[in-house]
Design a protein around this ligand. Structure first.
Ligand SMILES: NC(=O)c1ccc[n+]([C@@H]2O[C@H](COP(=O)([O-])OP(=O)(O)OC[C@H]3O[C@@H](n4cnc5c(N)ncnc54)[C@H](O)[C@@H]3O)[C@@H](O)[C@H]2O)c1
Length: 372
């Protein structure tokens, strides 16, 4: 492990999260260090693979690794049972063995699907995450949650499957569409609000440089700052998952902004907002709820709103979604217990509390006030 790596330790395993520029080509030596000598089953999507696939394939073959590749269509729709079955068929027909390794190259969609396949094929084979979106680097690739969607809801069929390694090559963000980049910033900002005031301040300090370049859709932040910000944001997730792998306690705090964010995604048919965009709106609403309860100051509500806006994220619910619709949808949230919504609410920048006693009337008031 390099000194700059983060280490995630659970009751049963421990693995490195490595963040930096130009890491893709280091995969073979990292596999060797981990003692992973079997065949590599690379899963990617049709947008990511043509850009970055060859940068993995070449060094793997040069080191003598046997390699098979499967490319799925890009996008959330691939997290379904048909795609899952196709992957199983590919693996079984190709003679997958327990000593082999599945490598996910892509965003959270590829990671969630490939991770679930790796958890279930032959009752589990090794798994490596190579996230290529900002969201996946700071969130989805870390912590071992894997899933596919059911027609009745998102991420309902899944497993905890910790990877053996997370390799986040920050140079891959150069080709990430600007909107996807912004959606990722929502999760980075979320990590600052829930647990790391220094990260939040760093994001504020560099807001103008970091916000992405509108003109050419590139990631405008120079290294090593990019890597540093991503590493700090990833460290928040690492710390939380290390303390609470199976979401018995603190892991719920990662859900900040997600209760109303998920409701908004559902209310708009999952095709209007990217997940991060919906989470940003949910974070602002949660901050306002916290403020109304006397937990969060006006200044902190504004600081969060300003930061979200600096990173190109909106904070307003669209006018075609009613407060009643959103309220009804929040009750379907996976975090609901005994029909009570558990709200993750900020108490200051860098700290949150979990409350299940928020009066419905107060939530309705905040939701109505936020209409565009
Ligand atoms: N397991 C978890 O803990 C967890 C946490 C958060 C989200 N998720 C899941 O993650 C998924 C969303 O992930 P996402 O936001 O990464 O979206 P995504 O995987 O759909 O990727 C977004 C788009 O960007 C493209 N892309 C990815 N990397 C690129 C690159 N470097 N250059 C150019 N294009 C690139 C993809 O092809 C896709 O079209 C959801 O399914 C969500 O449920 C999982």
């Amino acid at each position: 492990m390099l000194p700059a790596d983060l280490l995630l330790t659970t009751a049963t395993t421990s693995y490195a999260i490595t963040v930096g520029p130009g890491l893709l080509e280091t995969l073979p030596e990292r596999l060797e260090t981990l003692g992973l000598k079997g065949k590599i089953w690379l899963i990617s999507d049709h947008q990511v693979f043509p850009i970055y696939g060859p940068r993995l394939e070449k060094p793997l073959k040069a080191k003598g690794y046997a390699l098979e590749t499967f490319i799925i269509p890009a996008g959330e729709a691939s997290k379904n049972q048909n795609q899952l079955w196709e992957l199983y068929t590919w693996l079984i027909a190709g003679g997958v063995e327990r000593r082999d390794t599945i490598v996910a190259l892509g965003g959270g969609v590829v990671g969630d699907l490939a991770g679930f396949v790796s958890a279930t094929i032959l009752r589990g084979v090794s798994f490596i995450q190579i996230p290529t979106t900002l969201l996946a680097m700071v969130d989805a690739s870390i912590g071992g949650k894997t899933a596919i969607n059911h027609t009745l809801g998102k991420n309902l069929i899944g497993a905890f499957q910790q990877p053996s390694l997370v390799l986040a090559d920050t140079l891959t963000l150069k080709t990430l569409p600007l909107r996807e980049l912004r959606a990722g910033w929502a999760e980075v900002i979320k990590h600052g609000v829930i647990r790391d005031a220094a990260l939040f301040s760093l994001l504020e300090k560099h807001a103008s440089e970091l916000a992405g370049n509108e003109a050419n859709s590139t990631f405008s932040l120079p290294e090593p700052l990019t890597g540093e910000v991503i590493r700090q944001a990833a460290a928040v997730k690492v710390a939380i998952v290390s303390a609470d792998e199976k979401e018995q306690g603190e892991r719920i705090t990662l859900n900040y902004g997600h209760t109303l964010g998920h409701a908004l995604e559902a209310a708009t048919g999952y095709d209007t907002f990217l997940h991060g965009e919906a989470v940003a709106i949910g974070m602002h609403a949660a901050a306002q709820i916290a403020h109304a309860l006397g937990l969060f100051t006006t200044e902190d509500v504004e600081r969060q709103e300003n930061l979200l806006s600096s990173y190109g994220l909106g904070t307003t619910f669209p006018s075609n979604v009613t407060a009643e619709q959103l309220m009804a949808l929040t009750l379907h949230d996976k975090k609901v217990r005994n029909k009570r919504i558990r709200w993750v609410l900020p108490t200051k920048i860098g700290a949150v509390s979990v409350r299940d006693d928020v009066p419905e009337a107060l939530i309705q008031t905040v939701l109505r006030a936020r209409k565009a």
